[in-house]
Ligand binder design. Sequence first.
Ligand code: GLU
Length: 414
Amino acid sequence: MAENLNLFTSTQEVIHEALNKLGYDEAMYELLKEPIRMLTVRIPVKMDDGTTKVFTGYRAQHNDAVGPTKGGVRFHPMVTEEEMKALSMWMTLKAGIVDLPYGGGKGGVVCDPREMSMGELERLSRGYVRATKSVVGPTKDIPAPDVFTNAQIMAWMMDEYSQMDDFNSPGFITGKPIVLGGSQGRDRATAEGVTIVIGEAAKKRNIDIKGARVVIQGFGNAGSFLAKFMSDLGAKVIGISDAHGALHDPNGLDIDYLLDRRDSFGTVTTLFENTISNTELLELDCDILVPAAIENQITADNAHKIKANIVVEAANGPTTAEATKILTERGILLVPDVLASAGGVTVSYFEWVQNNQGYYWTEEEVREKLYAKMIAAFDNIYTTAQNRNIDMRLAAYMVGVRRTAEASRFRGWV
Ligand code: GLU
């Protein structure tokens, strides 16, 4: 049978299994198997050459029983309605895992920001907010950065929302620049969260981070900060990659140099002649492998060839269900995406809380609170997996979906 590479249906399958294990009936699965709300919009944008281009955008809201929905907006040519649905469900799971008072949401626009000017991006960002105005808001659905969106884009979106509302609404969106109510540490939060769970996983496997050989696929926001954190902790980052290829040095790469040379979309390997492929990168002999790029990278085809002791998913959906099974059977510790990448939304929550209070925390306070949440989440999921003899992905889904299922039950929805 061919492997299921469809993110949406494979997510549904794990949610179904998690709800069964928690003792919920089919009605709960019926409610949670897809978003309660899905908005598709068409956004006309005046391009620099005087023409008008109409972009398609989405906002998916999985479930708001717990609280407002929350999740990023991505600008990418491959954005689809199905992907939005799956990603909004993952946000529900992430919020449940780190215990945030949110449901999951996700948005996106089909576009290629690498080919757009700043002016065009600004008009598109503002257009997205105007088009989705009726479903988003600080107590309804709170957007944030995601693939190829950043603090500047959040600033334009916040300004557009505030202009329509006639007052400043910093809590409408997170991942803002600090001067507009952003939180200390938000830009690094996803990588920081990944670093924390790598530390916890390494302890379980008696691996000393100092000297550990680490391979990171992807050099975007998560991958590049992560490479820096790991090398600062004394790990040897022996491989990194971007969309064009990968670099390998068994003695450890010069991460500061690579960070200096990378462009704002994370491209750096094009500057080198001696590159390897992304496939070869994943199969390198190492202690810790971190897929931090795109989905379906570890599949039934290559799971047998992975040599790492620990795989930590910093990207969304890099390992298929079949590959999860193979890695687990081979004794590889797999830390799933919905846990490993939850640091971003955690600090987004801190940002929203600070906006609501109008009182801002130091970098140290943010870091302390992030550590507490990530470590508690890791322990909870690791223990659930051990006690029930299941893999950490299923354990994470059980922990993640529980809060939303309980809230839906208390509200009398199911
Ligand atoms: N886009 C990030 C994620 O997928 C962050 C979401 C947020 O900060 O709300 O987790």
